[in-house]
Design a binder for this molecule. Structure first.
Ligand SMILES: *[C@@H]1O[C@H](CO)[C@@H](O)[C@H](O)[C@H]1NC(C)=O
Ligand SMILES: *[C@@H]1O[C@H](CO)[C@@H](O)[C@H](O)[C@H]1NC(C)=O
Ligand SMILES: *[C@@H]1O[C@H](CO)[C@@H](O)[C@H](O)[C@H]1NC(C)=O
Ligand SMILES: *[C@@H]1O[C@H](CO)[C@@H](O)[C@H](O)[C@H]1NC(C)=O
Ligand SMILES: *[C@@H]1O[C@H](CO)[C@@H](O)[C@H](O)[C@H]1NC(C)=O
Ligand SMILES: *[C@@H]1O[C@H](CO)[C@@H](O)[C@H](O)[C@H]1NC(C)=O
Ligand SMILES: *[C@@H]1O[C@H](CO)[C@@H](O)[C@H](O)[C@H]1NC(C)=O
Ligand SMILES: *[C@@H]1O[C@H](CO)[C@@H](O)[C@H](O)[C@H]1NC(C)=O
Ligand SMILES: *[C@@H]1O[C@H](CO)[C@@H](O)[C@H](O)[C@H]1NC(C)=O
Ligand SMILES: *[C@@H]1O[C@H](CO)[C@@H](O)[C@H](O)[C@H]1NC(C)=O
Ligand SMILES: *[C@@H]1O[C@H](CO)[C@@H](O)[C@H](O)[C@H]1NC(C)=O
Length: 390
C-alpha cells in the first residue's frame, strides 16, 4: 500500500471517528414537561428545573431559578416523544453547598411504557451531577429523586437533557447503527420511520429497512419477478440470475413482454396464428386457439400430424405424408384408395362424377369395390328424387 493510500485510510478513519462522536444536542425546554412530589420552599417550585436559567453561581434567593422540594421528593421530566438520550446534567447551587442539596439523589430514566431504570452518575459532586449514556438510550422520562429524610430539601437549579446528534440521512437508532431506505428525506431517529412514508425501490416497512419478499421487487415491492425457473430476482431492479428471464419476458428487468409476434424463452419464437394475429407472449397460444393453417398444439408450433393439413389440421390429404400447410402429397408414393395424384395433390375421384339426365357417368378406370357401392346408392337417391319431381 502506498503512503497516499495509508493517508486516505487514516483520514477516512478520522472522519468515521468524528461522525460517531458528534456533540449531543440539548433537548429544548419547550419539549419538556415537569411534574414533582414534595412541597417547595417558598417560590422554589419544580418548574424552575426547566426554566432555562442556570445562574447557580448566585444564591438561590437572588436568582430565583432553582427548585427546592421537601424530602422525600422527586422531580420528573417528561419529553414530548422518545429521544435517544446521550447525556443528562443536573445543576445545583454552586456556592451554597451547606444544604446537602444533592444528598443521596438518584437518577432513573427510560420509557413510560417500560419500567424506569436506575442509572448511576458518571460524575457527581455537591453541586453538579452528570450521566453519559453509552450507547444513547431510548428515553421519554427522566426522574431525579431523593427518598431519604436526612436533610430537609432536595435543591436542583436546572436539569439539562441531551440527545444523540442527528444521524446522516439513511441512518437511525443508537450510534446511528441501523439503516433506513426512504425514497426522500430522513427517517425518524428512534423508529426509523420515513418522514415521507415512501421507500426506495426494493425496500418496505415503515423504516424501509426490509427488502421485498422473495419473488417481488421495485417500488413498494409491487412488481413480480419474471425469472426462469421461478428464481427470485434482484429486489430493487428485478434483474434475474445470469439475466435469464422466464419465457415471454425480456429486458434487464425481465418485465418487458416480448415484442408482438414473438414469444417464449428469449422471445426467440415467432407467433404462428391465423391471419398473422399476435400470440400470447409467454406460451405462443393464439386467440381462440386459431393457429395458422398447418399448425396445431397450444403453442401453434407443432405441425399437423401426418396425413392432415390446413386450418385446424382438419383436412385429410389422403396420402401418408403431405405438406402440413397446403396438403401437397408430393413425395408420397401413392394416394389412399379412391384418390388420385394430380399436380402433387391426392384428388377425390368423386369430384369426377357427373350426373346428367338420370345417368351416372364416371370417368375413372380405377374404381375400388367399396366406393362403387357408395356411388351406386348416391345415384339411386338422385334418381328417386328426380322421379318424384317429374
Ligand atoms: C425555556 O427557557 C426559556 C429561557 O431560555 C424560558 O424563557 C422559558 O420560559 C422556558 N420554557 C419553559 C417551558 O420552561
Ligand atoms: C463540581 O463539578 C463541576 C464540574 O466538574 C465543577 O465545575 C464544580 O466546581 C464542582 N463543584 C464542587 C463543589 O466540587
Ligand atoms: C455504540 O457505540 C459505543 C461506543 O462506540 C459501543 O460501546 C456500543 O456498543 C455501540 N452500541 C450500539 C447499539 O451500536
Ligand atoms: C426495521 O426497523 C424496525 C423498526 O425500527 C425494527 O424493529 C426492525 O428490527 C428493523 N429490521 C431490520 C432488518 O433492521
Ligand atoms: C407506496 O405505497 C404507499 C402506501 O400504500 C403509497 O402511499 C405510495 O404512494 C406508494 N408509492 C408508490 C411509488 O407507488
Ligand atoms: C412459479 O411460482 C408460481 C407461484 O408460486 C407457481 O404457480 C408456478 O407453478 C411456479 N412455476 C414454476 C415453473 O415453478
Ligand atoms: C422495466 O424496464 C422498462 C424499460 O426501462 C421500464 O419501462 C419498466 O417500467 C420497468 N419495469 C419495472 C417493473 O420496473
Ligand atoms: C437466452 O439468451 C442468453 C443470451 O444470449 C443465453 O445465455 C441463454 O442461454 C438463452 N436462453 C435460452 C433458454 O435459450
Ligand atoms: C403474414 O405476414 C407475412 C410476413 O409479414 C406476410 O408475408 C403475409 O402475407 C401475412 N399474411 C396474412 C394472412 O396477413
Ligand atoms: C411447443 O410445444 C411443444 C409441445 O409441448 C414443445 O415441444 C415445443 O418445444 C414448443 N415450441 C415452442 C416454440 O415453445
Ligand atoms: C406447398 O408448400 C410448400 C412449402 O411452402 C411448397 O414447397 C410447395 O411447393 C407447396 N406445394 C404446392 C403444390 O403449392
Amino acid at each position: 500500500m502506498s503512503t497516499k493510500e495509508w493517508l486516505v485510510l487514516i483520514i477516512l478513519g478520522f472522519l468515521v471517528e468524528v461522525s460517531t462522536t458528534a456533540d449531543p444536542i440539548q433537548i429544548l425546554n419547550s419539549s419538556i414537561a415537569v411534574a414533582s412530589e414534595g412541597d417547595p420552599w417558598q417560590d422554589m417550585t419544580s418548574d424552575n428545573v426547566n426554566d432555562g436559567i442556570v445562574d447557580y453561581r448566585r444564591t438561590v434567593e437572588k436568582c430565583g431559578c432553582c427548585a427546592a422540594l421537601r424530602r422525600p421528593s422527586w422531580v420528573q421530566l417528561t419529553l414530548d416523544k422518545t429521544y435517544l438520550v446521550e447525556k443528562i446534567q443536573i445543576f445545583g447551587r454552586k456556592y451554597d453547598t451547606s444544604f446537602q442539596q444533592f444528598h443521596d439523589i438518584k437518577l432513573s430514566l427510560g420509557r413510560q411504557d417500560q419500567t424506569l431504570k436506575n442509572e448511576a452518575f458518571t460524575t457527581k459532586n455537591q453541586s453538579f451531577a452528570m450521566t453519559i449514556l453509552t450507547p444513547p438510550r431510548e428515553v421519554d422520562t427522566v426522574r431525579v429523586s431523593d427518598v431519604t429524610q436526612q436533610f430537609d430539601y432536595m435543591t436542583i437549579c436546572e436539569i439539562m437533557i441531551y440527545r444523540q446528534a442527528d444521524c446522516t440521512p439513511g441512518k437511525y437508532s443508537a450510534n446511528c447503527s441501523k439503516e433506513c431506505h426512504c425514497l426522500s428525506g430522513p427517517c425518524e431517529s428512534v423508529t426509523g420511520n420515513c418522514v415521507t412514508a415512501t421507500c426506495k425501490d426494493g425496500w418496505r416497512g415503515l423504516a424501509c429497512n426490509e427488502t421485498c419478499n422473495p419473488g417481488t421487487f421495485g417500488s413498494n415491492c409491487t412488481n413480480i419477478c419474471n425469472c426462469v425457473s421461478n428464481l427470485t430476482c434482484n429486489h430493487y431492479d428485478g434483474g434475474c440470475p445470469n439475466n435469464k428471464c422466464a419465457a415471454g419476458w425480456t429486458h434487464a428487468n425481465c418485465s418487458v413482454a416480448c415484442n408482438p409476434s414473438t414469444f417464449g424463452s428469449n422471445c426467440s419464437n415467432i407467433c404462428i396464428c391465423h391471419n398473422n394475429a399476435t400470440c400470447y407472449h409467454v406460451d405462443g397460444s393464439c386467440t381462440n386457439n386459431q393457429c395458422a393453417a398447418g399448425w396445431t398444439h397450444d403453442n401453434c408450433s407443432v405441425a399437423c400430424k401426418a396425413g392432415f393439413y390446413g386450418q385446424g389440421c382438419s383436412m385429410d390429404c389422403h396420402c401418408d405424408t403431405c405438406h402440413h400447410v397446403n396438403g401437397s402429397c408430393f413425395g408420397s408414393i401413392q394416394c389412399h384408395d379412391g384418390f388420385r395424384m394430380e399436380n402433387g395433390f391426392c384428388t377425390n375421384m368423386l369430384e369426377e362424377l357427373v350426373l346428367t339426365e338420370n345417368r351416372l357417368l364416371t370417368r375413372t378406370t380405377t374404381w375400388p369395390e367399396s366406393q362403387r357401392i357408395l356411388i351406386t346408392m348416391t345415384a339411386f337417391k338422385c334418381q328417386t328424387r328426380r322421379t318424384t319431381l317429374l
